[in-house]
Design a protein around this ligand. Sequence first.
Ligand SMILES: *Cc1c(COP(=O)(O)O)cnc(C)c1O
Length: 398
Amino acid sequence: MIPALMPTYNRADLAFERGEGCWLYTGDGRRFLDFGAGIATSSLGHNHPGLTAAIAEQAHKVMHVSNLYRVPQAEKLAARLVAATFADSVFFCNSGAEANEGMVKMIRRAQYETGHPERFRVICFEGAFHGRTLAMLAATGNAKYLKGFGPEVDGFDHVPFNNLNAVRDAIGPHTAGILVEPVQGEGGIRPAHLQFLRDLRATCDEFGLILGMDEIQSGMGRSGKLFAHEWAGIVPDVMSAAKGIAGGFPMGAILARESVAKHLTAGTHGTTFGGNPLACAAANAVLDVVLAPGFLADVDRRARIFWRGLVQVAAEFPDVFEDARGAGLLLGLKCVVPNTEVQAAFTAEGLLSVGAGDNVVRLAPPLIVSDAEIAEALEMMRRGARRCLPSASRVAAK
Ligand SMILES: *Cc1c(COP(=O)(O)O)cnc(C)c1O
């Protein structure tokens, strides 16, 4: 019989009762170092005092009023995001896929309102992940995810990642914009070359296209800057954020320059829950930490320590790992053996990770992870890797 909870996930047989910082505890007293962070989402770890207090306080006052009224918490959050980014205006919603949907609507509407109703197609990349709604399945373009959900939503063209010539060849009279992840997360922790991002910006300017950035996974401090595109020294026209934005409270956001945002006038787009007082209180508490002086620089410092350690671990176990990859605290180990085996071995050593495409094990700890916890995770990885060795080399590695 089908379980009451619809079985759309192959879940690990672990149930966590509570968490503290980077650690999660099961009901039967086992503890795990959480380098998955709920898929790069629990940016402040678990039971963060500032975040839990903000949520509790706001819940006691008012959680939800709808967007028929002013929401001061949303006004404050939007103003802070505008001050900290390229954006002039922000729309709040509830998830990543929803933010991307809104971003594509903005791209189409901006072309429509500026005399190009024929421009509706968006160029996306092989290996991308943009979410599970019908349109975002088409933007993702992964045949496995699309199967049986047809007809596929029209308007998305796919080209190889990090290949400018392919992008330029794909531009046609119906092209409205480009949608890119600065670091492909689900696709296997593949960073865009910084020059590629600069070239996309220049190409969009050359052809009158709108550059959309999906920073749902790479953003909100994970790269060591507030948003990963900042490393390339460019700005997009519109961008989505979600995952870490409210530290685990469900929220998404679309950040846009005025030239794009101004076309979404009253009544053109909406949401019941999006940007409600509770979600915005959580996101403001996250920003209190992430925008505090020195915090992002220290994420960068710790990320570089973790990176050097990962490269070393990968080199020590060539029978298990092919390479280390990623940016900031969004890192991965490309595996030689099946990534599911490596993940299980890490879990057995007390370390949580997340799988990704291209046979990669993803490591995305909370942004508050300490130097000591990084060192501990690297030791757990070494012990886990030993479990994955073919038995002959296991003896040699001892
Ligand atoms: C997770 C993710 C999404 C989808 O977000 P949901 O909140 O699951 O809808 C979209 N794009 C990227 C890059 C993501 O990592």
